[in-house]
Design a protein around this ligand. Structure first.
Ligand SMILES: [Fe+2]
Ligand SMILES: [Fe+2]
Length: 178
């Protein structure tokens, strides 16, 4: 059994209702493959997707929305397999922020049957950068949860990451000035 942790939470999700909603997806090789990709500087894409899935599930439940679809779409919302940094360097004209939801949806549909709500959440999780407006309240929510998770993943794990990032940034700036 996997050791699953949620950033910013001490809850053992293996014994939760949430886990039963996503258990069938977790062991798919495509989802496991996300562990090989760095995401938001300090975490993996797998951990980020798991975080979005978990917090989105909790908030959807609180508002009596479709929490199960919210959890599943959260786990699939960044299902793409390339290094974001290299992609941006190689194809600067192609906006990663705008197009990766389409790639994620395409990849998700190859491995699992999605409902319309899950499709909308994956496709529009970067709204307002994506061309279409979200159709559901759950989709608006995931846009916030995604950003919230990106923030806690960067700040919470170790304050030293934060310091290291700014030292690196300052160093680069100093080099440019010479
Ligand atoms: Fe994304
Ligand atoms: Fe994301």
């Amino acid at each position: 059994m996997q050791n699953l942790k949620i950033t910013g939470s001490r809850k053992n999700i293996l014994q939760s209702e949430y886990y039963s909603v996503i258990a069938d997806l977790l062991n798919l090789p495509e989802i496991q493959k996300l562990k090989n990709y760095q995401h938001h500087i300090t975490t993996t894409r797998f951990q980020h997707c798991l975080n979005v899935s978990y917090y989105h599930y909790k908030i959807c439940r609180f508002f009596k929305l479709d929490a199960n679809s919210g959890a599943r779409a959260g786990l699939l919302h960044d299902l793409y397999f390339y290094d974001t940094k290299h992609y941006i360097r190689q194809k600067p004209a192609v906006k990663h922020c705008k197009y990766h939801p389409q790639t994620a949806l395409h990849n998700a549909e190859k491995i699992i049957k999605l409902n319309d709500l899950e499709r909308d959440m994956i496709y529009n999780h970067m709204w307002p950068l994506t061309p279409e407006k979200p159709k559901y309240a759950e989709t608006y929510l995931i846009t916030f949860v995604d950003k919230y998770c990106a923030m806690i993943e960067f700040i919470l794990p170790q304050p030293k990451n934060f310091i290291h990032f700014f030292k690196k940034y300052r160093h680069r700036k100093l080099q440019k000035n010479y």
